[in-house]
Design a protein around this ligand. Structure first.
Ligand code: NIG
Ligand code: FE
Length: 415
């Protein structure tokens, strides 16, 4: 179902365009202090100053007086692992005592532990569990979310995760847009221990042909002792040849050259980048690879934050996302993401809005569909509790989203 909405008295802030904003441009938001937004059949058909616009009650429209409220585009969370079986609170406790994320993974915990639980679940169970997270995300203003597989790690279980995503996408009145990513190269599963090459072959020969039309992206955990650069390159080449668009978990734990590989392969985005090299930053900026930064993960792992300012100064496009997953970062908090980006990564509030809207959409190759308040775009809109966007990082970790509109439907709010 798609809706008709008329919003008036709106203090509108939005990036403008249908591609990622790079460098200094990330800070430029269009500001319309007394604006109106017309939405017909789920699509924005007018946005502009209210002077001269007929202000009246429109029949068969949801009429919203946004006096005293800021209006911004819906958030795009372009990196999550929201489908998973089980939980790993014991690992969180071990990390609090000083054990590292990679050492837990190397002794058979970590991703493998979630794989064991996910393999036991049905697609319906996985979908129902994920719906709970989707409902929470929607409350915080997310109108588009990317969701990865990667806890199946055998052909049948990876397909089962994609099936769970399909169930969620097809649910009537789903609250947001779901973009599926295939992450079969998330780890080498225990049955292939010490046989990484054979697992890489399995992905290339068996999985890619089966998933290429079901997932929008191919993603890989390119990391020391997981998929090193040579394996990563082989996998990415095979996925690209099959027509898939590429993403990488790059330079998350150590500096490996993942950012350089993302640029070489023409990936749409490289994500994490806590330990990215200066050359990697330059190459990504030159090749237009979106840098998707995930401050909640750095926070949860007590790692240094990704160098957002260096990316912006190099002229790159930065997106922000949550990385919601049951291991490294069990949080989907958009408000805390905004606060951390401003407090610890030196981003301005305008830059964080661009990073969570238009640039998030660009990281999903959807910047012509959503991510800004403009004619012809999907009507994904947020009305905040406050008149000014400066409240977003200042009200630390708290939700400032009063009304959520997805495809012109009021998902949360007064109406
Ligand atoms: O993005 N680093 C690899 N993948 C996830 C974590 C997955 C997990 O621990 O379950 C990440 O951090
Ligand atoms: Fe991730």
């Amino acid at each position: 179902m798609k809706g008709n909405v008329f919003i008036y008295n709106a203090n509108i802030f939005t990036p403008v365009g249908s591609s990622a904003k790079c460098g200094a441009e990330m800070g430029n938001l269009l500001h319309i202090p007394r604006g109106v937004i017309m939405v017909e059949d789920g699509v924005i058909t007018f946005v502009g100053d209210e002077t001269g616009y007929p202000l009246r009650v429109y029949n068969r429209f949801t009429n919203i007086d946004a006096r005293g409220k800021a209006v911004i585009p819906g958030f795009v969370d372009s990196h999550t692992h929201l489908i998973f079986g089980g939980y790993r609170p014991e690992e969180f406790g071990w990390r609090l005592k000083g054990e590292s994320y990679m050492s837990i993974m190397q002794r058979g915990g970590g991703i493998q532990s979630t794989v064991n639980a996910t393999r036991k679940a049905t697609p319906e169970e996985l979908a129902d569990k994920a719906q709970w997270y989707i409902d929470r995300m929607s409350e915080m203003g997310v109108t588009t979310v990317e969701a990865k597989t990667g806890y199946g790690l055998d052909t049948e279980s990876e397909l089962k995760m994609l099936r769970a995503l399909e169930i969620l996408r097809k649910r009537e009145n789903q609250k947001l847009e779901i973009v599926p990513t295939f992450l079969g190269a998330h780890a080498v599963p225990s049955e292939y221990k010490e046989r990484t090459e054979e697992y890489v072959d399995l992905i290339i020969r068996e999985m890619i042909p089966l998933v290429k039309d079901k997932a929008r992206f191919f993603d890989i955990f390119s990391e020391k002792n997981v998929f090193e650069i040579e394996d990563s390159r082989r996998l990415l080449q095979a996925a690209r040849e099959a027509g898939m668009k590429l993403k990488l978990h790059a330079d998350e734990i150590v500096t490996l050259g993942g950012a350089e590989l993302a640029a070489e392969m023409g990936a749409v985005s490289a994500d994490h980048l806590l330990h990215v090299s200066d050359i990697g930053i330059r190459n990504m900026a030159e090749k237009g690879v979106v840098a998707t930064l995930l401050p909640l993960t750095a926070f949860a792992l007590r790692e240094p934050y990704a160098p957002a300012r260096k990316f912006i100064e190099a002229g790159a496009a930065v997106a922000l996302a949550t990385d919601l997953n049951p291991g490294s970062c069990f949080s989907g908090s958009i408000p805390l993401t905004i606060a951390l980006a401003c407090i610890y990564m030196g981003m301005t509030v305008e830059e964080t809005i661009t990073a969570l809207t238009l640039n998030g959409a660009a990281a999903l190759d959807m910047a012509n569909e959503t991510g800004s308040i403009e004619n012809g775009k999907r009507a994904d809109l947020l009305i905040l509790d406050f008149p000014e966007i400066s409240m977003l990082p200042y009200y630390i970790g708290m939700n400032c989203v009063q009304t959520v509109i997805y495809k012109g439907r009021v998902i949360k709010g007064l109406q």
